[in-house]
Design a protein around this ligand. Structure first.
Ligand code: SAM
Length: 390
């Protein structure tokens, strides 16, 4: 990830600009005095740069919750801050900050907000979760020009690679999203998806809560799949296969198919590697036979007004449980324009979201995005608003 080591941190009076980069405000951690966040806007993307004071120097890098795609935006912002603050740069891995011509067009790259505003219309929709190199996604999109493919991936460099390829190939039937696929599914209308591919998911043997396959994910997949639509899991991990099989079979009702070492139309980078090592490959396919009710989502992520500093300070490092969900207050910041900012995790235990809440006396809001509009998140939000504003 792009970063710069500077000799010392020099705060600048904000708002400020360096060429096209706008610096909006500085937020300083109330407990850990060595950590600051700089709010940046560049090319319609708003995000934070993280400043971490070390013993010998200061690290300036992108902040992971708000990190934008493509990465060159972060690189430009890092260089812009170093230039604006006239910092002495000791070392940097930020080299080429020019925009790659194949990333200039980014219509294929959607944000979670775009989906929340309106789901794309298409006769046939297929979703690939964790597309990695994108080999399977792009092959399928080229072979099926009448199908809309939605590729979801949390690894930003992979998203960029796929975006470049989409532009080079001139594909019009692919949408990319860098977001957690487990949360995304909640925004998908019922019974419209013909296939969900989950190929070689990370097994997360030591952190099973991060696995894509779970009862909640399978239930949500069943809801979005059309009649006879399929959820296709492909894995080389015997452990993940066993765990997934147990999860699928514990459903009340399911039509399932299992295959071992089945060849498919295109083999991914991972698959090639496992095949070379003569590992077995397992598929579990769920075939949906149910029509699900339409999703009912209604509610608001608006906050009440007012800023009660003592109330907010008392929330730091606490966890609140609500019906079906929770809020954990991870970090607390004060901004240089007299606001407070909380870094929180919230939502359902299985699919928590990591966000900031910026609290001002006249307005409070989530950053970098609002939570996914699910019933649990609306309920958790209501509770959160009560905790912050009383
Ligand atoms: C082992 S790789 C496999 C990539 C690709 N499917 C293939 O077969 O080559 C798993 C990918 O899933 C992505 N991933 C993990 N959890 C995810 C999630 N919750 N939502 C979206 N992508 C995820 C990872 O970033 C990684 O690129």
């Amino acid at each position: 990830m792009p970063h710069i080591h500077i000799k010392s941190f020099k705060p600048v009076a904000m708002p400020a600009r360096h060429e096209e980069t706008a610096f909006n405000f500085l937020a300083s951690n109330v407990v850990y005095k060595d950590e600051h966040l700089i709010s940046v806007t560049l090319e319609d993307k708003s995000f934070f740069l993280l400043v971490k004071d070390g013993e010998k120097d200061v690290l300036l890098k992108s902040e992971k919750i708000s990190r934008p795609s493509p990465t060159y935006i972060v690189k430009r912002a890092l260089n812009a801050y170093a230039a604006l603050s006239e910092s002495e740069v000791l070392s940097s891995n930020v080299d080429d900050t020019s925009k790659n011509i194949h990333l200039e067009k980014d219509e294929a790259l959607w944000s979670i907000h775009d989906f929340a505003k309106g789901f794309p219309e298409a006769k046939d929709v297929r979703i690939e979760v964790g597309f990695g190199s994108g080999r399977h996604l792009l092959h399928q999109a080229q072979e099926n020009p009448d199908v809309l493919f939605i590729g979801i991936e949390i690894h930003k460099p992979s998203v960029e690679q796929a975006l470049k390829q989409i532009n080079i190939l001139g594909l019009k039937n692919v949408i990319l999203l860098d977001y957690d696929a487990r949360l995304f599914l909640e925004l998908v209308p019922s019974n419209i998806v013909s296939k969900i591919y989950v190929h070689f998911p990370v097994p997360w043997d030591k952190k099973p809560h991060r696995r894509v396959i779970s009862t909640a994910f399978i239930n949500e997949s069943t809801r979005v799949l059309a009649l006879q639509g399929q959820l296709e899991l492909r894995t080389d991990s015997e452990n993940y296969f066993a765990y997934s099989w147990e999860t699928f079979i514990s459903l009340n009702k399911a039509k399932l198919m299992v295959n071992k070492n089945q060849e498919i139309a295109i083999s991914s980078k991972y698959e090639d590697r496992w095949k070379k090592m003569e590992k077995n490959i397992y598929d579990i396919t769920l075939i949906n036979e149910e029509i699900s009710p339409k999703i009912k989502v209604g509610g608001s992520f608006e906050f009440s007004t007012g800023l009660d500093e003592a109330r907010i300070m008392a929330l730091n490092s606490t966890t609140e449980k609500t019906e079906g969900g929770f809020i954990h207050f991870e970090r607390l910041y004060k901004t240089d324009d007299n606001r407070m900012m909380l870094r929180i995790s919230m939502g359902s235990f299985e699919r928590p979201e990591h966000l900031y809440v910026i609290v001002g006396s006249d307005k409070s809001y989530y950053f970098p995005t609002q939570p996914v509009p699910s019933q649990i998140n609306f309920a958790v939000h209501k509770h959160l608003d009560g905790l912050i504003h009383g």
